[in-house]
Write a protein that binds this ligand. Structure first.
Ligand code: AMP
Ligand code: MG
Length: 330
C-alpha cells in the first residue's frame, strides 16, 4: 500500500497531491496570478517558495496522512520554467532527506497524460492542450508518440497572450471563455492547420490587429478565437483517431477546462462513433495529484532514486514528451 506525495511547480502553480494506490487522497494547489502581464519566472518561483510549507501541511491534513507514512516523493522534473522547477526539486530533495524516502522524478506532460486513465479510457488519443504545450498524442510501442503539435506557441499561452494584450489579466483562458459566451458574430480569422500540426502566432497577430482597429467587439473576437482555434485542435485530433484506428479521445491540460472545447470534442466523437473522456477540472490544470499518480505507477516499477543519491537528479526544463521511455506500460 504505497503512499506517494507529488509536487508540481513547473510554472504558475505550486501544488502537492497525495495518492495511495492510484486513489487521490488530496490535491492542494496555490497559483501565482497577476492582474496584468504574464508570468515572471523569478516571481513565480518566489511565490512557490513562500507557499510551499503551507500547501504541504494542508495536503497532509486533507489526506489524513502523517509525513512519516509517505513512501516516496514524486516531483515535476520538466519541462517548465527553470527557477520554478528548481523550487519544486529543492522541496522534494529536502523532504526526501528528512524522511529518508526515495524521490521519483516525473515528466510533467506525461503526468497530464497518465492522469487521464482515471476517466476509464483504455487506449485513447490524447488532445493535450496546456499553457506551453499543445500536442495530439497516442501511446504506441513504449512511447507517447506525438502525432501533431503546435509549431510555435501552446494554445494556453496563445490565449493568455491575447488576454494580456486586451488587459484582462492572467490566466486569460477563463476570462476569454466568459467573453466568448457573449460573442454573437464570427469574425473571420486565419485557419492554420499544416498537415497534423497547427500554428498560432499568425492568428495572434491577426487578432491583435483586429483589436487595434476598434472595428470589432472584444466579445466577438473572443468567440471567434475559440471557434477558429478549437476547430483546428479538433480537426487534428480527429485525423489522429482516423489514422490510429483508436476509438477513444481524452482531453487534457488546462485549456481542456473550456466548455466550448469540450463540446466540440464531444460532437466530433459522436459523429464518428468514438468515446469522449475528460477528467475533472482539478486534475486538468497543473496539480500535484497527477504528479503523485504517475509517481506511484513509476515507484511500483522501481523507477525511484534513493535519498542517499539525490545528486544524480536535476531539473530538465526542455524535456519532451516523446523522449520519455514509458517503461511502466510495457
Ligand atoms: P496548464 O499549463 O495545463 O496548467 O494550463 C494552463 C492554461 O490553461 C492557461 O494558459 C490558462 O489560460 C488555460 N485555461 C484555464 N482555464 C481555461 C478555460 N476555461 N478556457 C481556456 N483556457 C483555459
Ligand atoms: Mg501543465
Amino acid at each position: 500500500m504505497a503512499i506517494i506525495l507529488g509536487i508540481e511547480s513547473t510554472a504558475h502553480t505550486f501544488g502537492i497531491g497525495i495518492v495511495k494506490n492510484g486513489k487521490i487522497l488530496s490535491n492542494v494547489r496555490d497559483m501565482y496570478t497577476t492582474e496584468s502581464g504574464g508570468i515572471i519566472p523569478m516571481d513565480s518561483a518566489k511565490h512557490h517558495k513562500s507557499v510551499s510549507e503551507d500547501v504541504y501541511i494542508k495536503s497532509l491534513e486533507e489526506a489524513g496522512v502523517k509525513e512519516n507514512e509517505v513512501d516516496a516523493i514524486a516531483f515535476s522534473q520538466g519541462p517548465g520554467l527553470a527557477p520554478c522547477l528548481l523550487e519544486g526539486m529543492k522541496f522534494a530533495k529536502a523532504l526526501s532527506k528528512k524522511l529518508k524516502k526515495p524521490i521519483v522524478p516525473v515528466n510533467h506532460c506525461v503526468a497530464h497524460l497518465e492522469i487521464t486513465r482515471i476517466t476509464g479510457a483504455k487506449e485513447p488519443v490524447l488532445l493535450y492542450t496546456s499553457g506551453a504545450n499543445t500536442q495530439v498524442i497516442a501511446y504506441a510501442s513504449g512511447k507517447f508518440r506525438v502525432f501533431g503539435e503546435t509549431l510555435d506557441i501552446g494554445v494556453g499561452n496563445f490565449i493568455d497572450n491575447f488576454a494580456r494584450y486586451i488587459e484582462v489579466g492572467f490566466p486569460g483562458g477563463p476570462k476569454i471563455e466568459q467573453l466568448a459566451k457573449k460573442g454573437k458574430h464570427y469574425v473571420e480569422l486565419p485557419y492554420s492547420v499544416k498537415g497534423m500540426d497547427i500554428s498560432l502566432s499568425g492568428i495572434l497577430t491577426n487578432l491583435k490587429q483586429k483589436f487595434e482597429s476598434e472595428k470589432y467587439k472584444i466579445e466577438d473576437l473572443a468567440y471567434s478565437l475559440q471557434e477558429d482555434v478549437f476547430a483546428m485542435l479538433v480537426e487534428t485530433a480527429e485525423r489522429a483517431l482516423a489514422h490510429t484506428g483508436k476509438t477513444e479521445l481524452v482531453l487534457g491540460g488546462g485549456v481542456a477546462c473550456n466548455s466550448r472545447l469540450q463540446e466540440m470534442c464531444k460532437i466530433m466523437c459522436k459523429e464518428r462513433g468514438a468515446k469522449f473522456f475528460c477528467p475533472e477540472k482539478s486534475l486538468l490544470v497543473d496539480n500535484g495529484a497527477m504528479i503523485a499518480f504517475l509517481g506511484g505507477i513509476m515507484f511500483k516499477k522501481g523507477l525511484k532514486i534513493s535519498h542517499s543519491s539525490l545528486d544524480k537528479t536535476d531539473i530538465k526544463p526542455r524535456q519532451r514528451t516523446d523522449d520519455i521511455e514509458v517503461s511502466w506500460r510495457k
